[in-house]
Ligand binder design. Sequence first.
Ligand SMILES: [Zn+2]
Length: 164
Amino acid sequence: MRIGHGYDLHRLEARPPAGNGRVFILGGMELEHDKGPVGHSDGDTLLHAVTDAILGALGEPDIGRLFPDTAPENEGADSRIFLEEAVRRMDSRGLRIGNMDATIICERPKIAPHADSMAAGLAEILRCDPGQINIKGKTHEGVDAVGEGRAIEVHVVALLIPLD
Ligand SMILES: [Zn+2]
């Protein structure tokens, strides 16, 4: 068995011209929000943290080393590409997801109404059952950048187990 932790944070800004925010994408889903993540790729904080949790469990280089934000091919990239690479590495090591627990911290949008769809979407990419993926949202109680709605933060813990 291997365990890994992933963490990610993206600044949230209004969309151009007022700011540099992209469309708000989280867990591969487009959600309604007047702000969006600032990032070189699509800025999907959840997929980035999940990718790093898996890579971390494998003891492999993290997402920033595999997909540098200086590489033009990663500009605006669909973050599923990063996660699929982590899944490929997990497969080749004879491992699969045992379970995964994710905490998304932001003031808005509300995560609870989307948690089940996000788990289902992640399960598809991770080739596991949605029941193996737990997703929960919290606010930051109005304090600091996350609490002021200027950033979104995600923590993920993943347990990898041997393939059957
Ligand atoms: Zn990120």
